[in-house]
Design a protein around this ligand. Structure first.
Ligand code: CA
Ligand code: CA
Length: 147
């Protein structure tokens, strides 16, 4: 199978499915979810995800409750990165169960389904700590981004 690079990794329909999953998840929570895709991640993946998080201005939400799903597709690297507002309220393994439910789908090459599952679970979990507010703003774009 040929390796697909970041920009072509998802079809238009798949990008819309991911966007719709984010929109649906953000109906339950004030948390802001994004998906960012790159080809390679040369350095420590978590540190790099933190940089991408800042570059996307995800560290500027009012409640510091942004969640980034970061993928480096050619390196098969995947990180779920949550902001300080979440991490001070939840146990350290908060993201692990989400990750554990996504990985089998990723291994089966079902990347869109894996992401949509992770996004849905993140929305449900975030709802407990950051319920959706009447006056909620969509602080960050729901579109998949690439670099
Ligand atoms: Ca919001
Ligand atoms: Ca959003």
């Amino acid at each position: 199978m040929s390796e697909k690079k970041a920009k072509d990794f998802f079809s238009e329909a798949e990008k819309l499915a991911i966007r719709d999953a984010i929109v649906a998840a953000e109906k339950n929570t004030s948390g802001e979810i994004r998906v960012h895709v790159e080809n390679h991640c040369k350095n420590d993946a978590v540190k790099h995800a933190e940089k991408v998080f800042a570059r996307l201005k995800m560290n500027q939400t009012a409640e510091r409750n942004g969640v980034l799903f970061y993928l480096a597709v050619l390196d098969r690297t995947f990180v779920i990165y949550g902001d300080a507002g979440i991490n001070e309220k939840v146990p350290a393994d908060f993201w692990d169960s989400i990750r554990d439910q996504m990985l089998p789908l990723f291994k089966a090459q079902q990347f869109t389904q894996g992401l949509c599952t992770g996004i849905r679970l993140a929305g449900e979990k975030l709802e407990e700590h950051f319920p959706h507010q009447e006056d909620d703003k969509d602080e960050l774009s729901n579109e998949v981004s690439f670099s």
